[in-house]
Ligand binder design. Sequence first.
Ligand SMILES: Cc1ncc(COP(=O)(O)O)c(C=O)c1O
Length: 419
Amino acid sequence: MDLNQLRDDLATKDREIFSALSAEEDRQRGGLELIPSENYCFPEVLPLLGSVFTNKYSEGYPGRRYYGGQPNTDTIETLARARACALFRAEHANVQPLSGSPMNQAVYLGLLDPGDTILAMDLSHGGHLTHGAPVSHMGRIFSFVRYKTVGDQGDIDYDALEKMALETRPKLIVCGHSSYPREVDYARFQVIANRVGALTMADVSHVGGLIAGGVLENPLDHGFDVMTTTTHKSLRGPRGGLILCKASHAKAIDASVFPGLQGGPHMNQVAATALTLKLAATDAFKAYARNVLVNARALAQSLRDHQVHLVTGGTENHLMVMDVVRSFGINGAQAQDVLDRIELTTNKQIIPDDPNPPMRPSGLRLGTPAPTARGMGEAEMAIIGRLIASALRAPDDNALAGLAEEVRALTARFPVPGL
Ligand SMILES: Cc1ncc(COP(=O)(O)O)c(C=O)c1O
Protein backbone atom coordinates (compact mmCIF):
# COMPACT_ATOMS: atom_id res chain seq x y z
CA MET A 1 0.00 0.00 0.00
CA ASP A 2 1.57 3.31 -1.09
CA LEU A 3 0.48 5.77 1.61
CA ASN A 4 1.68 8.81 -0.37
CA GLN A 5 -0.36 7.71 -3.36
CA LEU A 6 -3.42 7.29 -1.11
CA ARG A 7 -2.88 10.79 0.29
CA ASP A 8 -2.71 12.22 -3.24
CA ASP A 9 -5.92 10.39 -4.12
CA LEU A 10 -7.65 11.78 -1.03
CA ALA A 11 -6.53 15.28 -1.97
CA THR A 12 -8.35 15.01 -5.29
CA LYS A 13 -11.35 12.89 -4.22
CA ASP A 14 -12.32 14.74 -1.04
CA ARG A 15 -10.69 18.13 -0.60
CA GLU A 16 -12.64 18.99 2.57
CA ILE A 17 -11.54 15.89 4.46
CA PHE A 18 -8.01 16.17 3.06
CA SER A 19 -7.64 19.74 4.25
CA ALA A 20 -9.02 18.88 7.72
CA LEU A 21 -6.51 16.01 7.91
CA SER A 22 -3.64 18.26 6.87
CA ALA A 23 -4.69 20.93 9.37
CA GLU A 24 -4.90 18.33 12.16
CA GLU A 25 -1.42 17.06 11.30
CA ASP A 26 -0.13 20.60 11.50
CA ARG A 27 -1.92 21.18 14.83
CA GLN A 28 -0.41 18.01 16.31
CA ARG A 29 3.04 18.75 14.89
CA GLY A 30 3.26 22.44 15.81
CA GLY A 31 1.38 22.39 19.10
CA LEU A 32 1.85 20.25 22.16
CA GLU A 33 -0.61 17.76 23.63
CA LEU A 34 -0.78 18.02 27.40
CA ILE A 35 -4.13 16.30 28.05
CA PRO A 36 -3.17 13.33 30.26
CA SER A 37 -5.62 10.92 28.60
CA GLU A 38 -4.18 11.57 25.13
CA ASN A 39 -0.99 10.36 23.55
CA TYR A 40 0.78 9.88 20.24
CA CYS A 41 0.27 6.18 19.47
CA PHE A 42 3.19 3.98 18.39
CA PRO A 43 3.79 4.85 14.69
CA GLU A 44 3.40 1.16 13.78
CA VAL A 45 -0.20 1.25 15.08
CA LEU A 46 -1.44 3.63 12.36
CA PRO A 47 -1.02 1.31 9.31
CA LEU A 48 -2.69 -1.56 11.19
CA LEU A 49 -5.69 0.64 11.97
CA GLY A 50 -5.92 1.40 8.26
CA SER A 51 -5.45 -2.25 7.26
CA VAL A 52 -7.80 -4.77 5.63
CA PHE A 53 -8.64 -6.22 9.05
CA THR A 54 -11.26 -3.44 9.14
CA ASN A 55 -13.17 -5.37 6.45
CA LYS A 56 -13.78 -8.46 8.55
CA TYR A 57 -16.74 -9.41 10.75
CA SER A 58 -15.59 -11.69 13.59
CA GLU A 59 -18.47 -12.03 16.05
CA GLY A 60 -17.55 -14.58 18.68
CA TYR A 61 -14.12 -15.58 19.95
CA PRO A 62 -11.15 -17.46 18.39
CA GLY A 63 -12.27 -20.93 17.33
CA ARG A 64 -15.97 -20.06 17.97
CA ARG A 65 -17.04 -17.46 15.40
CA TYR A 66 -20.39 -16.87 13.74
CA TYR A 67 -18.89 -16.10 10.30
CA GLY A 68 -16.40 -17.96 8.11
CA GLY A 69 -12.98 -16.80 6.95
CA GLN A 70 -11.38 -16.35 10.35
CA PRO A 71 -7.89 -17.95 10.24
CA ASN A 72 -6.08 -14.61 10.41
CA THR A 73 -8.43 -12.85 12.80
CA ASP A 74 -8.17 -15.87 15.14
CA THR A 75 -4.38 -15.53 14.99
CA ILE A 76 -4.33 -11.85 15.95
CA GLU A 77 -6.94 -12.13 18.71
CA THR A 78 -5.22 -15.19 20.24
CA LEU A 79 -1.91 -13.33 20.18
CA ALA A 80 -3.47 -10.21 21.69
CA ARG A 81 -5.04 -12.18 24.55
CA ALA A 82 -1.84 -14.09 25.34
CA ARG A 83 0.28 -10.93 25.22
CA ALA A 84 -2.16 -9.06 27.48
CA CYS A 85 -2.09 -11.88 30.06
CA ALA A 86 1.71 -12.04 30.01
CA LEU A 87 2.21 -8.25 30.22
CA PHE A 88 -0.26 -7.67 33.06
CA ARG A 89 0.16 -11.05 34.87
CA ALA A 90 -3.55 -11.80 34.31
CA GLU A 91 -5.32 -15.17 34.11
CA HIS A 92 -7.71 -14.05 31.37
CA ALA A 93 -7.98 -11.17 28.89
CA ASN A 94 -10.78 -9.87 26.68
CA VAL A 95 -9.44 -7.58 23.93
CA GLN A 96 -12.73 -6.77 22.17
CA PRO A 97 -14.18 -3.74 24.05
CA LEU A 98 -14.62 -0.97 21.50
CA SER A 99 -13.47 1.61 24.01
CA GLY A 100 -13.16 2.37 27.73
CA SER A 101 -16.82 3.00 28.51
CA PRO A 102 -18.23 -0.23 27.01
CA MET A 103 -15.33 -2.03 28.71
CA ASN A 104 -16.49 -0.90 32.16
CA GLN A 105 -20.14 -1.42 31.29
CA ALA A 106 -19.39 -5.00 30.24
CA VAL A 107 -17.81 -5.72 33.62
CA TYR A 108 -20.73 -4.32 35.64
CA LEU A 109 -23.35 -6.02 33.47
CA GLY A 110 -21.44 -9.32 33.45
CA LEU A 111 -20.75 -9.64 37.16
CA LEU A 112 -23.73 -7.83 38.74
CA ASP A 113 -27.51 -7.56 38.56
CA PRO A 114 -29.36 -4.27 37.94
CA GLY A 115 -29.89 -2.45 41.22
CA ASP A 116 -26.75 -3.91 42.88
CA THR A 117 -24.61 -1.54 44.91
CA ILE A 118 -21.21 -0.38 43.60
CA LEU A 119 -18.80 1.64 45.73
CA ALA A 120 -16.72 3.96 43.52
CA MET A 121 -14.81 7.24 43.57
CA ASP A 122 -16.72 10.51 43.39
CA LEU A 123 -16.48 12.19 39.96
CA SER A 124 -15.26 15.53 41.34
CA HIS A 125 -12.55 13.73 43.31
CA GLY A 126 -11.19 12.04 40.19
CA GLY A 127 -13.54 9.17 39.23
CA HIS A 128 -14.82 8.61 35.66
CA LEU A 129 -18.35 9.05 34.31
CA THR A 130 -18.72 5.27 34.07
CA HIS A 131 -18.00 5.04 37.80
CA GLY A 132 -21.59 6.03 38.47
CA ALA A 133 -22.05 9.69 37.59
CA PRO A 134 -25.82 10.35 37.66
CA VAL A 135 -25.71 11.50 34.00
CA SER A 136 -24.38 8.11 32.83
CA HIS A 137 -26.69 5.18 32.09
CA MET A 138 -24.67 3.14 34.61
CA GLY A 139 -25.83 5.56 37.31
CA ARG A 140 -29.44 4.65 36.41
CA ILE A 141 -28.91 0.90 36.29
CA PHE A 142 -26.81 0.36 39.43
CA SER A 143 -26.89 1.92 42.86
CA PHE A 144 -23.62 3.81 43.25
CA VAL A 145 -22.20 4.97 46.56
CA ARG A 146 -19.29 7.40 46.28
CA TYR A 147 -16.15 7.73 48.35
CA LYS A 148 -13.95 10.83 48.41
CA THR A 149 -10.42 12.00 49.10
CA VAL A 150 -9.38 14.00 52.16
CA GLY A 151 -6.81 16.61 53.14
CA ASP A 152 -4.29 18.71 51.25
CA GLN A 153 -2.49 15.63 49.89
CA GLY A 154 -5.72 14.21 48.45
CA ASP A 155 -5.41 10.80 50.11
CA ILE A 156 -8.29 8.39 49.80
CA ASP A 157 -9.90 8.15 53.24
CA TYR A 158 -9.57 4.36 53.62
CA ASP A 159 -11.16 4.33 57.10
CA ALA A 160 -14.23 6.16 55.78
CA LEU A 161 -14.24 3.82 52.77
CA GLU A 162 -14.25 0.77 55.05
CA LYS A 163 -17.08 2.23 57.13
CA MET A 164 -19.11 2.93 53.95
CA ALA A 165 -18.46 -0.62 52.72
CA LEU A 166 -19.65 -2.09 56.03
CA GLU A 167 -22.78 0.08 55.95
CA THR A 168 -23.73 -0.30 52.28
CA ARG A 169 -22.49 -3.87 51.57
CA PRO A 170 -21.52 -3.28 47.90
CA LYS A 171 -21.26 -6.19 45.47
CA LEU A 172 -18.35 -4.42 43.74
CA ILE A 173 -15.72 -1.91 44.88
CA VAL A 174 -14.21 0.15 42.04
CA CYS A 175 -10.99 2.11 42.22
CA GLY A 176 -9.21 3.96 39.44
CA HIS A 177 -9.57 7.46 38.13
CA SER A 178 -9.48 10.05 35.38
CA SER A 179 -8.11 12.91 37.40
CA TYR A 180 -6.32 11.73 40.52
CA PRO A 181 -2.58 12.46 40.83
CA ARG A 182 -1.87 10.00 43.65
CA GLU A 183 -1.01 6.28 43.76
CA VAL A 184 -3.71 3.92 45.06
CA ASP A 185 -3.30 1.45 47.97
CA TYR A 186 -4.68 -1.60 46.13
CA ALA A 187 -3.83 -3.96 49.01
CA ARG A 188 -6.01 -1.91 51.37
CA PHE A 189 -8.90 -1.93 48.85
CA GLN A 190 -8.66 -5.71 48.64
CA VAL A 191 -8.68 -6.12 52.44
CA ILE A 192 -11.82 -3.96 52.70
CA ALA A 193 -13.51 -5.89 49.87
CA ASN A 194 -12.68 -9.22 51.52
CA ARG A 195 -14.23 -7.99 54.76
CA VAL A 196 -17.59 -7.31 53.10
CA GLY A 197 -17.47 -10.07 50.48
CA ALA A 198 -17.30 -7.62 47.53
CA LEU A 199 -15.59 -8.11 44.18
CA THR A 200 -12.80 -5.66 43.26
CA MET A 201 -12.26 -3.80 39.99
CA ALA A 202 -9.45 -1.35 39.19
CA ASP A 203 -10.05 0.88 36.18
CA VAL A 204 -6.45 1.76 35.33
CA SER A 205 -7.33 3.37 31.99
CA HIS A 206 -5.03 6.30 32.64
CA VAL A 207 -2.06 4.42 34.08
CA GLY A 208 -2.27 1.12 32.14
CA GLY A 209 0.96 1.93 30.29
CA LEU A 210 2.74 2.81 33.52
CA ILE A 211 1.68 -0.51 35.07
CA ALA A 212 2.78 -2.34 31.90
CA GLY A 213 6.11 -0.50 32.11
CA GLY A 214 6.55 -1.66 35.71
CA VAL A 215 6.69 1.80 37.29
CA LEU A 216 3.34 1.72 39.11
CA GLU A 217 1.70 -1.03 41.19
CA ASN A 218 -0.38 -3.68 39.41
CA PRO A 219 -3.76 -4.24 41.17
CA LEU A 220 -3.82 -7.86 39.93
CA ASP A 221 -0.72 -8.53 42.07
CA HIS A 222 -2.88 -7.61 45.08
CA GLY A 223 -5.65 -10.08 44.32
CA PHE A 224 -8.06 -7.85 42.35
CA ASP A 225 -10.83 -9.70 40.53
CA VAL A 226 -10.82 -7.43 37.48
CA MET A 227 -8.62 -4.74 35.96
CA THR A 228 -9.76 -2.63 33.00
CA THR A 229 -7.68 -0.27 30.89
CA THR A 230 -8.08 1.75 27.76
CA THR A 231 -5.39 1.04 25.19
CA HIS A 232 -5.00 4.56 23.77
CA LYS A 233 -3.70 6.56 26.73
CA SER A 234 -0.37 5.83 28.46
CA LEU A 235 -0.23 2.46 26.65
CA ARG A 236 0.14 4.23 23.26
CA GLY A 237 -2.12 1.86 21.32
CA PRO A 238 -5.27 2.27 19.21
CA ARG A 239 -8.48 3.54 20.79
CA GLY A 240 -9.92 0.56 22.64
CA GLY A 241 -10.45 -1.26 25.91
CA LEU A 242 -8.95 -4.29 27.60
CA ILE A 243 -10.48 -6.37 30.41
CA LEU A 244 -8.13 -8.51 32.51
CA CYS A 245 -9.59 -10.80 35.13
CA LYS A 246 -9.33 -13.95 37.20
CA ALA A 247 -10.06 -17.17 35.27
CA SER A 248 -13.18 -17.67 37.41
CA HIS A 249 -14.75 -14.53 35.82
CA ALA A 250 -13.68 -15.30 32.23
CA LYS A 251 -16.96 -16.85 31.08
CA ALA A 252 -19.17 -14.10 32.52
CA ILE A 253 -16.95 -11.30 31.17
CA ASP A 254 -16.65 -12.77 27.67
CA ALA A 255 -20.41 -13.35 27.42
CA SER A 256 -21.03 -9.83 28.66
CA VAL A 257 -18.79 -8.22 25.99
CA PHE A 258 -20.25 -10.42 23.23
CA PRO A 259 -23.14 -11.08 22.77
CA GLY A 260 -24.20 -9.09 25.84
CA LEU A 261 -23.11 -5.60 24.88
CA GLN A 262 -21.37 -5.54 21.50
CA GLY A 263 -21.57 -7.10 18.07
CA GLY A 264 -18.59 -7.55 15.79
CA PRO A 265 -15.22 -6.54 17.28
CA HIS A 266 -13.12 -4.04 15.30
CA MET A 267 -10.41 -6.42 14.13
CA ASN A 268 -8.15 -3.64 12.81
CA GLN A 269 -8.16 -2.33 16.37
CA VAL A 270 -7.53 -5.82 17.81
CA ALA A 271 -4.53 -6.25 15.45
CA ALA A 272 -3.17 -2.88 16.56
CA THR A 273 -3.73 -3.83 20.21
CA ALA A 274 -1.77 -7.07 19.73
CA LEU A 275 1.14 -5.09 18.30
CA THR A 276 0.91 -2.48 21.08
CA LEU A 277 1.13 -5.19 23.74
CA LYS A 278 4.31 -6.53 22.12
CA LEU A 279 5.88 -3.06 21.99
CA ALA A 280 4.83 -2.33 25.58
CA ALA A 281 6.77 -5.39 26.78
CA THR A 282 10.13 -4.00 25.59
CA ASP A 283 12.88 -2.31 27.61
CA ALA A 284 12.37 0.81 25.50
CA PHE A 285 8.79 1.05 26.76
CA LYS A 286 9.90 0.54 30.37
CA ALA A 287 12.25 3.51 29.88
CA TYR A 288 9.36 5.52 28.37
CA ALA A 289 7.15 4.75 31.39
CA ARG A 290 9.91 5.83 33.79
CA ASN A 291 10.38 9.06 31.86
CA VAL A 292 6.64 9.84 32.00
CA LEU A 293 6.87 9.83 35.80
CA VAL A 294 10.14 11.79 35.92
CA ASN A 295 8.67 14.39 33.56
CA ALA A 296 5.44 14.67 35.56
CA ARG A 297 7.43 15.43 38.71
CA ALA A 298 9.56 17.97 36.81
CA LEU A 299 6.51 19.72 35.33
CA ALA A 300 4.80 19.83 38.74
CA GLN A 301 7.97 21.30 40.26
CA SER A 302 8.26 23.91 37.54
CA LEU A 303 4.63 24.97 38.06
CA ARG A 304 5.12 25.19 41.83
CA ASP A 305 8.27 27.27 41.23
CA HIS A 306 6.00 29.70 39.35
CA GLN A 307 3.57 29.86 42.31
CA VAL A 308 0.92 27.61 40.77
CA HIS A 309 -1.29 25.78 43.26
CA LEU A 310 -1.63 22.07 42.43
CA VAL A 311 -4.55 20.00 43.73
CA THR A 312 -3.08 17.43 46.22
CA GLY A 313 0.17 19.44 46.15
CA GLY A 314 1.90 17.43 43.41
CA THR A 315 1.83 14.12 41.55
CA GLU A 316 2.82 10.48 41.94
CA ASN A 317 1.75 9.51 38.42
CA HIS A 318 1.54 11.09 34.98
CA LEU A 319 -0.98 13.87 35.68
CA MET A 320 -1.56 16.96 37.75
CA VAL A 321 -4.43 19.37 38.26
CA MET A 322 -3.84 23.10 38.67
CA ASP A 323 -6.30 25.11 40.75
CA VAL A 324 -6.46 28.01 38.30
CA VAL A 325 -9.01 30.04 40.25
CA ARG A 326 -6.67 30.09 43.24
CA SER A 327 -3.50 30.54 41.16
CA PHE A 328 -4.62 33.05 38.50
CA GLY A 329 -8.15 34.22 39.35
CA ILE A 330 -9.61 32.70 36.15
CA ASN A 331 -11.68 29.53 35.67
CA GLY A 332 -10.60 26.32 33.90
CA ALA A 333 -12.47 27.14 30.67
CA GLN A 334 -10.74 30.52 30.41
CA ALA A 335 -7.35 28.96 31.19
CA GLN A 336 -7.87 26.27 28.53
CA ASP A 337 -8.76 28.95 25.94
CA VAL A 338 -5.66 31.01 26.75
CA LEU A 339 -3.38 27.97 26.41
CA ASP A 340 -5.12 26.97 23.15
CA ARG A 341 -3.97 30.33 21.78
CA ILE A 342 -0.33 29.33 22.29
CA GLU A 343 -1.02 25.75 21.08
CA LEU A 344 -0.63 24.04 24.45
CA THR A 345 -3.62 21.70 24.57
CA THR A 346 -5.05 21.05 28.05
CA ASN A 347 -8.48 20.42 29.51
CA LYS A 348 -10.65 22.16 32.05
CA GLN A 349 -11.29 19.99 35.06
CA ILE A 350 -13.50 19.96 38.15
CA ILE A 351 -11.62 19.73 41.42
CA PRO A 352 -12.74 18.02 44.67
CA ASP A 353 -16.12 19.44 45.76
CA ASP A 354 -15.78 22.16 43.11
CA PRO A 355 -18.10 25.12 43.80
CA ASN A 356 -18.07 25.90 40.05
CA PRO A 357 -20.01 24.04 37.29
CA PRO A 358 -18.29 21.47 34.98
CA MET A 359 -18.20 23.86 31.97
CA ARG A 360 -16.50 26.58 34.08
CA PRO A 361 -14.66 24.52 36.70
CA SER A 362 -11.82 25.60 39.00
CA GLY A 363 -9.14 23.32 37.59
CA LEU A 364 -7.03 22.54 34.54
CA ARG A 365 -5.62 19.03 33.98
CA LEU A 366 -2.18 18.34 32.50
CA GLY A 367 -0.14 15.20 31.85
CA THR A 368 3.17 14.04 30.44
CA PRO A 369 2.48 10.87 28.36
CA ALA A 370 2.40 12.78 25.05
CA PRO A 371 5.40 15.13 25.46
CA THR A 372 7.41 12.15 26.72
CA ALA A 373 6.44 10.17 23.60
CA ARG A 374 7.99 13.03 21.55
CA GLY A 375 11.24 12.55 23.47
CA MET A 376 10.99 15.59 25.74
CA GLY A 377 12.70 15.50 29.14
CA GLU A 378 13.04 17.45 32.36
CA ALA A 379 14.59 20.54 30.72
CA GLU A 380 11.58 20.85 28.39
CA MET A 381 9.17 20.37 31.34
CA ALA A 382 10.76 23.37 33.06
CA ILE A 383 10.16 25.43 29.89
CA ILE A 384 6.54 24.24 29.57
CA GLY A 385 5.83 25.10 33.24
CA ARG A 386 7.15 28.62 32.67
CA LEU A 387 5.17 29.06 29.41
CA ILE A 388 1.92 27.96 31.10
CA ALA A 389 2.38 30.22 34.12
CA SER A 390 3.40 33.23 31.97
CA ALA A 391 0.43 32.82 29.62
CA LEU A 392 -2.13 32.48 32.40
CA ARG A 393 -0.71 35.33 34.47
CA ALA A 394 -0.64 37.94 31.68
CA PRO A 395 -2.77 36.78 28.73
CA ASP A 396 -2.46 39.89 26.55
CA ASP A 397 -2.15 39.54 22.76
CA ASN A 398 1.50 40.60 22.49
CA ALA A 399 2.71 38.35 25.27
CA LEU A 400 0.75 35.38 23.91
CA ALA A 401 2.18 35.88 20.41
CA GLY A 402 5.72 35.67 21.83
CA LEU A 403 4.88 32.58 23.89
CA ALA A 404 3.26 30.90 20.87
CA GLU A 405 6.52 31.38 18.96
CA GLU A 406 8.40 29.72 21.82
CA VAL A 407 6.00 26.73 21.70
CA ARG A 408 6.54 26.34 17.92
CA ALA A 409 10.34 26.54 18.43
CA LEU A 410 10.15 23.86 21.12
CA THR A 411 7.93 21.43 19.19
CA ALA A 412 10.03 21.83 16.03
CA ARG A 413 12.84 20.05 17.92
CA PHE A 414 10.68 17.02 18.84
CA PRO A 415 8.81 15.37 15.92
CA VAL A 416 5.49 13.65 16.52
CA PRO A 417 5.98 9.85 16.30
CA GLY A 418 4.41 8.66 13.04
CA LEU A 419 4.12 12.08 11.41
C1 LIG B 1 -10.66 6.02 34.13
C2 LIG B 1 -11.36 5.99 32.80
N1 LIG B 1 -12.19 4.97 32.52
C3 LIG B 1 -12.84 4.89 31.36
C4 LIG B 1 -12.70 5.86 30.39
C5 LIG B 1 -13.54 5.77 29.14
O1 LIG B 1 -12.84 5.60 27.99
P1 LIG B 1 -13.47 5.98 26.55
O2 LIG B 1 -13.44 7.45 26.45
O3 LIG B 1 -12.58 5.26 25.62
O4 LIG B 1 -14.88 5.45 26.52
C6 LIG B 1 -11.83 6.93 30.61
C7 LIG B 1 -11.65 7.98 29.57
O5 LIG B 1 -11.16 9.02 29.73
C8 LIG B 1 -11.15 7.00 31.86
O6 LIG B 1 -10.34 8.03 32.16
